[in-house]
Design a protein around this ligand. Structure first.
Ligand code: ADP
Length: 295
């Protein structure tokens, strides 16, 4: 059982953007979802934990490894799948994993061959192992990415925006693969896609403008909104008016008309119906309402 403990972590870039604003969180084994809109600071946090950039303040420990002070130790137990896994040279899946295994210090040829073949089986690419990665689909590339992240028995796996650009079938296969490996390690899945978290994560946090605006289980945060989410289909020219008069969580087009969700303790009025909240309502209410509160 591993534990990642992040305390008072802050980072301001040279251009003045405060990407991390006093982050505190503790994460244990299993899949942890880090949800936030683009620009929330997710990648900044992921890159800091992956020892690719430094924070200005704060600490992060994986069990007794001080990540800031001892990046070399951390890297030995880290698997990292960045947002874009790679500029692919003209090499095959087998060659790529073999190369990464050498970089991770697995110098024994027989041991490395066994490991690479095992990983190729695990991510269901064994049949394609001698094909060039460059020609793989997005989903297959992501599976190569996961295979390389698993080299060296990592305790912490960081997966940054993994399903962007995958088709639904590929996304499904990728989710199954993550769920499969998540049992023994901490996997942090950073995403702006609410369904990724709903489907996979027992614990989660929502990040916005450099801060954690929620930490806990998806169920607990959804139940906070029970009875408070109302929907209505309105006309397109009415949207400004509703925005002004109600706490709008979200609006989306359904058959050409805006379907709005609003937050209200009681029935907001004519034509609204109460609906069971989902994680998407939570996400938009935490993001939009926290934005309103700071204006
Ligand atoms: P996310 O992964 O949630 O989209 P990021 O961590 O990439 O968020 O970005 C958080 C904020 O920091 C954004 O406003 C982004 O423009 C800014 N930012 C990210 N990286 C840099 C950088 N290297 N230099 C300056 N600003 C950056």
């Amino acid at each position: 059982m591993a534990t990642l403990k992040i305390s008072n972590l802050s980072k301001t870039y040279a251009n003045g953007v405060k990407a991390l604003d006093n982050i505190n969180i503790e994460i244990s084994n299993g899949m942890f979802g880090l949800l936030g809109p683009n620009g929330a600071g997710k990648s900044s946090l992921m890159r800091t934990l992956a020892t690719l950039q430094e924070a200005d303040e704060g600490t992060a420990f994986l069990d007794d490894i001080d990540i800031m002070k001892n990046p070399v130790e951390l890297r030995k137990v880290l698997g990292y799948l960045p947002q874009e896994f790679g500029v692919y040279p003209q090499i095959t899946a087998y060659q790529l994993l073999d190369h990464m295994a050498i970089l991770k210090g697995i110098t024994n040829g027989k041991e490395r061959k066994e490991l690479v073949e095992y990983l190729l089986q695990k991510v269901n690419l064994f049949q394609k192992r001698h094909q060039k990665v460059k020609g793989f689909s997005g989903g297959m590339k992501q599976r190569v990415g996961i295979a390389q992240a698993l080299i060296g028995n990592p305790k912490l796996i960081i997966v940054d925006e993994p399903t962007a650009g995958l088709d639904p079938g590929e996304r499904n296969r990728f989710h199954n693969l993550l769920a499969d490996v998540a049992e023994d390690v901490i996997i942090i899945l950073s995403t702006h896609i609410v369904d990724d978290v709903t489907e996979l994560c027992a614990n989660m946090a929502i990040m916005n403008e450099g801060s954690m605006v929620y930490k806990g289980t998806p169920q607990a945060v959804i139940s906070e909104l029970n009875g408070k989410v109302w929907q209505k289909i309105i006309e397109r020219n009415e949207i400004d008016e509703y925005q002004k008069n109600y706490t709008l969580i979200s609006d989306k087009m359904v058959a050409g008309k805006p379907l709005i969700h609003v937050l209200s303790d009681s029935n907001p009025g004519e034509g609204f119906e109460s609906i069971a909240p989902d994680l998407e309502d939570v996400f938009f209410s935490k993001i939009n309402v926290s934005k309103e509160a700071t204006v």
